[in-house]
Design a protein around this ligand. Sequence first.
Ligand code: IPD
Ligand code: CA
Ligand code: CA
Length: 262
Amino acid sequence: MQLPQSLLNDVIELAREAGGFLMARRASITIAEKGGAHNLVTQADLECEQLVCDRLAQLLPNSQFLREEGGAAGDPSSSALWVIDPLDGTNNYVHGIPQFCVSIGLAWNGELELGVVYDPNRDELFAAQRGCGAFLNGQPIEVSDRPDLQHSVIGTGFYYDRGDLVKRTLAAIGRLFDEPIRGVRRFGSAALDLCWVACGRYDGYFEYRLGPWDYAAGAVIVREAGGRCSDRDGKALAVLSGNVIASSPQIHTDLVRVVRWQ
Ligand code: IPD
Ligand code: CA
Ligand code: CA
């Protein structure tokens, strides 16, 4: 199977449509708790995922799906695997905080190949395909050129677990401030965090537990913008790693040294 030439543009169009759907649904949010009071799902998550998956299945027949809400676990070694978060930043969405997005990644023969992330609040569409560069609303983007951790702003996130993971993340933030760094940010959408590394707003980002749908698209965009992505141990990022450290190339070794899982 070969990828259709128009695929990236078709996925961009779909992400814009899905983002428009999320914006339209903000007025009437129906919430359910899927794992305690912190881990929420809305009717908009579910309907947006259905919209996106139905369309992707038409764009690439015989592809598989790894999606946050639908429970369908695609095979990561399959030739075409869509890795989708229909609404990344659900807590923000529910609280009226304008930081959420649609994230659509494609793994092709086991490798992260294509990523599209749409932020409907800012009308910012991030897109990349392996070997073709990364773009924000059609303009090429690059990771930051700040020389070291001391001049860096680092993003992070907290998974829904409230125990060990939170303690380890806070300890890593403490180590970052000991370097010292310029600042730490936590905005609540992992896919956008990665895109913000890709366009140089953040110099780096790490999170100790994620679903593949949180980083599949963003990791392609970071790499194509000249950045590096590894897992929390500093090893090569894979579709199912479940965590990420991403940054510009010049700080990656230092960032891994400070925030690696320990
Ligand atoms: C969450 C967001 C958040 C990150 C969490 C994710 P969701 O995704 O990306 O920034 O810290 O780990 O689970 O639940 O809003 O799709
Ligand atoms: Ca997510
Ligand atoms: Ca989600």
